[in-house]
Design a protein. Structure first.
Length: 301
């Protein structure tokens, strides 16, 4: 049995990686921060020595986009230094690494079509800059890696946009959600399944194609469109369906400038690994089936 060591098992994707379908000879082992603090090189080395993984997945991340503006040291420690520490440990052990990144590495404004892996990066804000720095640390340290960029992640575990909309739909008579930012909602479970496919390729006879890939849901929508679908799909179970009104980004100011276009081009991962974009509507339904009881809302973290 070969170990797939998952750092950041407490996050949305990390949680799903531990319960996704793996090949019979692969066993995922998840580490929370207490046992696998990626900002601590000694802790990373100890975890690698203890588990002797066949492959490492880095699902750890600092994701508080606005808070990062006031906590740049912490954001860079997790999002830049963490991947650097993992890449150094993996390179020393001859172990491949899968690292999860984000659409925020692009500026989000200079292009109206989907972002491809070859488009120039231009991060806006501390969070975005720290995530790009993490990507660069992995590339500079080792060749045997896959960087997987994704966006608008949601799942049954942890906090996310879906759970926020469910709470607001129960509390308010109407919702106001930004309608001029476009992106691709992506179920965490589908991200985990995509990673499992990539891992199987790397550890199987065929081998893998290293590099940077995009993986996200389809079709593209706006936050307003996403919210409308959430409220519609949940209405029967929460007993409410408040209207969802579209507002402009300017009407909802935030410390960090949010990208107007977060749509990712996923053609490359389809060509190389045969992985299709996630059907986020189907993923939303699966999530709601898991977290909502038939007679009322029971949001499970």
């Amino acid at each position: 049995m070969r170990t797939i060591l998952v750092f950041g098992a407490g996050g949305q994707v990390g949680f799903e990686l531990l319960r996704t379908a793996w090949a019979e000879d692969l066993c995922p082992v998840g580490l929370l921060r207490a046992a696998g603090d990626v900002t601590n090189p000694t802790a990373v080395a100890a975890a690698m020595a203890a588990h002797r993984p066949a492959l490492v997945v880095n699902a750890s991340a600092y994701t508080a986009v606005d808070k990062a503006e006031s906590e740049p040291e912490l954001a860079f420690a997790v999002n830049r230094d963490g991947p650097a520490n993992l890449a150094q440990a993996c390179a020393a052990a001859g172990v491949p690494l899968v690292h999860i990144s984000t659409d925020y590495v692009f500026d989000g404004f200079s292009k109206t079509t989907a972002w491809s892996e070859d488009d120039p990066v231009d991060p806006q804000g501390v969070y975005a800059a720290s995530k790009l720095a993490g990507e660069e640390a992995v590339r500079e340290t080792m060749d045997d890696h896959v960087i997987l960029r994704t966006a608008w992640v949601f799942g049954a575990h942890g906090n996310n946009f879906v759970k926020t909309m469910l709470r607001l739909a129960r509390e308010r008579d109407a919702l106001r959600v930004v309608g001029d930012q476009y992106g691709c909602p992506t179920p965490a479970a589908d991200i985990a399944a995509a990673i499992a496919t990539i891992v199987r390729a790397r550890l199987g006879a065929a081998g893998w194609t290293p590099g940077t890939f995009h993986y996200a849901g389809a079709p593209a929508t706006t936050w307003h469109g996403f919210a409308e679908r959430i409220v519609e799909r949940a209405a029967d179970r929460i007993g409410r369906r408040p209207p969802v009104h579209a507002i402009a980004t300017a009407d909802f100011p935030t410390p960090t400038r949010r990208p107007a276009n977060s749509v990712l081009d996923t053609a490359r991962i389809g060509r190389v690994y045969g992985i299709a974009p996630a059907d986020w509507v189907a993923g939303l339904d699966r999530m709601l089936d898991e977290i909502l009881e038939p007679q009322g809302m029971d949001v499970k973290a």
